[in-house]
Design a protein around this ligand. Structure first.
Ligand code: LLP
Length: 463
C-alpha cells in the first residue's frame, strides 16, 4: 500500500505516524465499489442500506456486532464461477470460508459442489441436504471416524493427503465393501505470493505429498494398487489471497507433468485435475482481483495447452474458491463504544467486537477498510485504528483507516469484505459471544446463524 504525505486535516496528528495507509479519501462518505457490494448504498439520510434494508434497522433488530450477508450477491458470485467454468468443469465452494445450512442450500440451487475439511463441515452439508456425491472431503489429518463417515455417506471424492491416509482410506472403503473415489493432493513446489501462513504449495509445510523426489509418483503407484480406491485425479492448492496467476500456471504445468508420467508408467490417464482455490479479493481500494471468467479462461487455457503438449486428453478441471465467493458478500456492523484520541499518534476507535469476530488482522496482518454506516459526515478525516474489546493490544480490526473527526459513541461503522474466514474463524476469547450472520434479500432480513448466548457458553461448561 502506498503511504501518504501529510493529508489534509487529520484531527489528532500533525505528522502522520508510521502505518499502511493511503491519503485520506476525498469523500469519506463515498463507498468504493471495489470493496462494497453493488447492493450496498446510502439512503437519502446517509444511512448504509443493503438489499433494501438500512443498517440502523438491522442493528436495532439483531444487535451488533453482526455479519450482514447479501444473499443475492452470494448467489451472483457463485453463479459467475459456475458459468465461467461451464459444464466441462466443476466448482467446489470451499466451506471453510463460511458454511451454514442456508449457504449449502444456495450452493445446491446454484449448481456448485462443496469442499469440506472436517466432520463438522461434512455434517452441516449433509444435514442441509447436499448430495454426497457433490462433496469433496479434504484435510491433512482426517480421523478414522471422519473417513468412515465420509465413505459411508458416499462422498464424491476424498482428497488423500499422506501415504498413511492412502492405506487408511483404502482399508476403510474395503471394510465397508466399496471403492472410494479419491484424488491425491500434491505439493508442486511453488512459492505463492501471499502470507506465509496461507501459502500451501511449497514443500516445507504440512499439506500434500511432494512432487519432488518422486514422492507423488510413489503415492500414485500405491493408490493404483489398492482395491478400495479409485484414483480419479491429482489435486493442488497453492495458497490463498493470490492475485498473480503465474503460480497457478506453474502448478498446472507440474500437475500435468505428473499425469504424463502416470500415463507413461501405468498406461492410465487420470480423468481429473483440481487446481484448488486461493483467488484474492479486494479488502481495500489497492487490491485488484480478477473476474471469475478471466480466471476460468486462464486456467483452462493453461491446462489445455499443457495437455496438448504432453499428448494427453485434457482432464476435467475443478476449482475450489471460497473467499472469492463469500468474502465480498458480507460486512461486519459494529457499534462504536469509546473514541480515544492519542495526540500525535492516532485515534483509537473501540467497537463491540474485535479479534473474536475477525482474527485475520491479528493473524495475517490483513488490511481492511471501514466506513461510517449510520450517517454521513462532513467532518475532517481523522486517522484511526479500529480496535476490539478484548484484553489484548493486538486486538485490531482495521489497522489504519480514516473516519470522520466527529465520530462518536453510538455511531455504527461497517467493515466490508468480512464474509470469508471471519465467522468461520470466530472464537469465544474472553467469553465474548460470537455474532450472528444476518442474510438480507429483497428487503427482507433473516438470521442464518444466530448470535451466541451466555446460555450457549455455559452449556459446555459442565464442571
Ligand atoms: N481448497 C483448499 C484445499 C484449501 O485449503 C483452501 C483454503 C481453499 C480451497 C479455499 O481457499 P480460498 O479460495 O478461500 O482462498 N484463514 C485464511 C485462509 C486459509 C485458507 C485455507 N485453505 C485467511 O483468513 O486468509
Amino acid at each position: 500500500m502506498s503511504r501518504s504525505a501529510h493529508p489534509a486535516g487529520p484531527r489528532h496528528a500533525d505528522v502522520l505516524p508510521e502505518g499502511h495507509y493511503s491519503a485520506p479519501p476525498t469523500d469519506l462518505n463515498a463507498l468504493d465499489s471495489k470493496v462494497w457490494a453493488e447492493t450496498v448504498t446510502r439512503d437519502t439520510d446517509g444511512v448504509l442500506t443493503v438489499g433494501g434494508i438500512d443498517v440502523k434497522r438491522l442493528a436495532e433488530e439483531y444487535g451488533t456486532p453482526a455479519y450482514v450477508l447479501d444473499e443475492d450477491d452470494f448467489r451472483a458470485r457463485a453463479r459467475a464461477w459456475r458459468t465461467a467454468f461451464g459444464s466441462d468443469a466443476d466448482v467446489f465452494y470451499a466451506g471453510k470460508a463460511f458454511l451454514s445450512r442456508a449457504v449449502v442450500r444456495w450452493l445446491d440451487e446454484e449448481g456448485l459442489n462443496l469442499d469440506v475439511c472436517s466432520g463438522g463441515e461434512l455434517a452441516t452439508a449433509l444435514s442441509a441436504g447436499m448430495s454426497p456425491d457433490r462433496i469433496a472431503f479434504h484435510g491433512n489429518n482426517k480421523s478414522v471416524a471422519e473417513i468412515r463417515r465420509a465413505v459411508e455417506a458416499g462422498v464424491g471424492r476424498i482428497v488423500l493427503d499422506s501415504f498413511q491416509e492412502i492405506v487408511r482410506v483404502a482399508h476403510i472403503a474395503q471394510e465397508l465393501g466399496t471403492r472410494q473415489r479419491v484424488q491425491i493432493r500434491i505439493t508442486v513446489g511453488v512459492e505463492a505470493h501471499t502470507h506465509e501462513f496461507i501459502a500451501t504449495a511449497h514443500e516445507d509445510q504440512k499439506f500434500g505429498i511432494p512432487l519432488a523426489g518422486g514422492q507423488a509418483a510413489e503415492a500414485v503407484r500405491r493408490a493404483l494398487k489398492l482395491d478400495g480406491l479409485e484414483l480419479i485425479g491429482i489435486h493442488s492448492h497453492i495458497g490463498s489471497q493470490i492475485f498473480d496467476m503465474s503460480g497457478f500456471e506453474v502448478a498446472a504445468h507440474r500437475v500435468v507433468g505428473l499425469l504424463k508420467d502416470i500415463r507413461d508408467e501405468h498406461g492410465v490417464e487420470l480423468p481429473e485435475i483440481d487446481l484448488g482455490g486461493g483467488l484474492g479479493i479486494a479488502y481495500t481500494s489497492d487490491d485488484d482481483p480478477r473476474e471469475p471468467h478471466e480466471i476460468a479462461k486462464a486456467l483452462t487455457e493453461i491446462v489445455t495447452r499443457e495437455c496438448e503438449a504432453a499428448r494427453l486428453t485434457t482432464p476435467r478441471i475443478s476449482v475450489e474458491p471460497g473467499r472469492a465467493i463469500v468474502g465480498p458478500t458480507a460486512f461486519t456492523l459494529y457499534e462504536v463504544g469509546t473514541v480515544k484520541p492519542l495526540d500525535g499518534l492516532r485515534t483509537y476507535v473501540s467497537v463491540d467486537g474485535g479479534m473474536s469476530d475477525n482474527i485475520r488482522t491479528a493473524l495475517y496482518d490483513a488490511e481492511y477498510s471501514v466506513s461510517l454506516a449510520s450517517r454521513v459526515s462532513d467532518a475532517e478525516p481523522m486517522l484511526c485504528r479500529v480496535v476490539g474489546k478484548h484484553c489484548e493490544s493486538g486486538d485490531i480490526v482495521v489497522k489504519d483507516a480514516f473516519l470522520p473527526g466527529d465520530l462518536a459513541p453510538g455511531d455504527l461503522i461497517a467493515v466490508p469484505a468480512t464474509g470469508a474466514y471471519c465467522r468461520s474463524m470466530a472464537s469465544n476469547y474472553n467469553h465474548v459471544l460470537r455474532p450472528p450472520v444476518v442474510a438480507v434479500r429483497d428487503g427482507e432480513a433473516r438470521v442464518i446463524v444466530r448470535r451466541e448466548t451466555e446460555e450457549d457458553l455455559l452449556r459446555l461448561d459442565v464442571g
